[in-house]
Design a protein around this ligand. Structure first.
Ligand code: RIB
Length: 311
């Protein structure tokens, strides 16, 4: 069984700010750092760091060599990362002193995915292989349809949620990984349990993992709902915490671990990621994740705290 992640690769321009710029405001930033990012790239790097041989498919421009190198350095298979005429996608990210962020995306090469490219990549994958997707590339609906025809198992992180998701046949998805904002956008519900109830009604055959920021995470399949608290740390930057969670959850699932273990390991990995600056570079190695310990009591306590959105 192979795993393919068809997803974005971005250059992240991260500006440290006192507060997020408001409409009409001109705000001087306190510093700029450029990181490798993109939800697709981050999730591939998380899978690779967790020990999974993931294939990444996507497009960069001539200015995207660093992104290709970051994937190679992490052990991601890069044969399906190609160069487009368009510039590499980028993100303008404000990070405030509490580590919260605000992201503006420019799709660039990520929006140049063609049906021909999709068919060429998918030709090397078969029934039973896994396909991971986010919503930062073009042709998402086509990729889902083609992969489903081949019998691939489709895993969707519907992030960021927009009208492109509405064009997809989501009944073909077997696992959703989403945060409470995306959960609200998909279902119209705000209460986490109601979001999960509604997802179950809408897609009865699918599993779901709902992340709740400082409120932890919840897994559900048709039979059970399992909850996990966060592991509290000093927050430096929440960027890519959700991507780290997704990569580690999937990697643990591919290793055949129980849903409880998958949630717990993914939560540990995300905790380490939020304690560090940047996107891809904040993602921990599996040895760090497996060595990370914090009291179960603290984890349970945090589950009861009010929700706080996590990127
Ligand atoms: O999830 C974090 C990512 O979202 C950033 O790396 C940025 O590129 C955007 O895609």
């Amino acid at each position: 069984m192979k795993i393919l992640n068809f997803g974005s690769l971005n250059l992240d321009y991260v500006y440290t700010v006192d507060h997020m710029a408001a409409a009409g405001e001109t705000l001087a930033s306190e510093g700029l750092q450029v990181f490798c990012g993109g939800k697709g790239l981050n999730q591939s790097i998380a899978l690779a760091k967790a020990g999974i041989g993931v294939y990444h498919a996507g497009l960069i421009g001539k200015d995207g060599e660093n992104l290709l190198q970051a994937c190679r350095d992490a052990g991601v298979h890069t044969a399906y990362i190609e160069e487009a005429v368009e510039k590499t996608g980028h993100a303008i990210i404000q990070v405030d002193h509490s580590g919260q962020n605000c992201i503006l995306l420019y799709g660039g090469a990520n929006r140049n995915i063609t049906k021909e490219f999709v068919d060429r990549v998918l030709a090397d994958f078969a029934e039973g292989d896994l396909l991971l997707l986010q919503n930062e590339i073009s042709q998402l609906d086509f990729i889902i349809d083609r992969a489903y025809e081949k019998g691939m198992e489709i895993i969707l992180n519907p992030s960021p949620y927009d009208e492109n998701i509405g064009r997809c046949d989501l009944s073909k998805v077997s696992l959703f990984l989403l945060n409470e904002i995306e959960g609200n956008q998909m279902t119209g519900e705000t209460d986490p349990d109601r979001i999960l109830d509604r997802l179950q009604e809408m897609y009865p055959g699918a599993e779901a993992v709902l992340t709740l920021g400082s409120g932890g995470s919840v897994y559900q399949d048709g039979k059970q709902r399992i909850r996990q608290g966060i592991f509290p740390v000093q927050v430096a930057d929440t960027t890519a915490a959700g991507d780290t969670f997704t990569g580690y959850f999937l990697a643990s699932r591919m290793e055949g671990r129980s849903a409880e273990e998958c949630l717990r390991r993914a939560s540990r990995a995300a905790a380490i990621a939020v304690s560090r600056a940047g996107a891809a570079q904040s993602i921990p190695e599996r040895e760090e994740v497996d060595a990370f310990t914090i009291s179960e009591e603290a984890s349970e306590y945090c589950f009861t705290r009010p929700n706080q959105s996590r990127e």
